[in-house]
Ligand binder design. Structure first.
Ligand code: APR
Length: 250
């Protein structure tokens, strides 16, 4: 269900800065699991046991196992950016005004697709940080409680560079600044269940008076808050929207 041409004309205001929010749905067709679909990650794991600061204190081995598995999965050569990731990188290159891409995903598929003005608000799976010395570094190997920090050499402090439930997402000031002056806000592949990201549509709409668009497989929790919606596969709907905005196929 692509957006109607008359709606595209409303959205095609080249002076408008654009903020895009993506979630797990955009990476689903690259082969990565979402969280809340029937085959999603939270159907197999309990959030409180693997994705909270308390879980890391109580059972670091399980937390490391969970992220080691996901890191190895992301490093599988079969996992590549799809047409939706690539279309968003093309938009950033060609759109005359600023485009900020904010992702809740911890995969690196937007980066590999070529997006540059990119915020990983929930962190990055291929990075780790050290609770002892503050080291932040890229990491692709399995991580364990006995892995020594490459900087301070202490063990037990290394953790995935991801935002757990109860922790503050990254770069919120920059995100709010962009939302409060954007002309167009596009949400892609997120169920809209997790704040603060789930509240971005209201900020864009109420503070900036932006046009707002939801692209998802099905209506998300905040569906009624969007001006326009388009439901189906991200790899079909996102390139179609970007082509229309850039007047590539109209
Ligand atoms: N194209 C478009 N949308 C899709 C596709 C697809 N091919 N496949 C699935 N979806 C949609 C689903 O319908 C669902 O609404 O993507 C959405 C994914 O929602 P969630 O699994 O809840 O993922 P997300 O919204 O990114 O989760 C937010 O929750 O657990 C935390 O930190 C985690 O960043 C994550 C946050």
């Amino acid at each position: 269900m692509p957006l109607r041409p008359d709606i595209i004309n409303i959205l095609r205001d080249e002076a408008a800065t654009i903020v895009i929010l993506t979630g797990a749905g955009i990476s689903k067709e690259s082969g990565l699991h979402t969280f809340r679909d029937p085959d999603g990650i939270w159907a197999k794991y309990d959030i409180s046991e693997v994705a909270t600061p308390e879980a890391f204190i109580n059972n670091p081995d399980l937390v490391h196992h969970f992220y080691n598995d996901r890191r190895a999965g992301l490093l599988d050569p079969a996992i590549q950016p799809n047409k939706a990731h690539l279309a968003l990188a093309r938009l950033e290159t060609r759109w005359p005004s600023d485009v900020l891409l904010v992702t809740q995903n911890i995969d690196d598929l937007h980066y590999r697709a070529g997006s540059k003005n990119l915020i990983h608000m929930h962190g990055e799976l291929l990075k780790i940080s050290c609770n002892h010395c503050g080291l932040l570094t890229v990491w692709s190997a399995p991580l364990g409680r006995d892995t020594p920090c490459t900087s301070c050499t202490k063990t037990g402090g290394l953790r995935p560079h991801v935002v757990w439930f109860g922790e503050m997402p990254f770069e919120m000031e920059r995100i709010y600044a962009a939302l409060s002056k954007c002309g167009l806000f596009i949400s892609i592949g997120t169920s809209g269940n997790v704040y603060p990201a789930a509240g971005f549509v209201q900020i864009a709409s109420e503070e900036a008076g932006a046009e707002t668009v939801e692209i998802n497989l099905e209506p998300g929790s905040g569906a009624s808050l969007f001006d326009h919606s388009s439901y189906g596969l991200a790899t079909k709907l996102v390139p179609a929207l970007i082509d229309s905005l850039l007047m590539d196929q109209v």
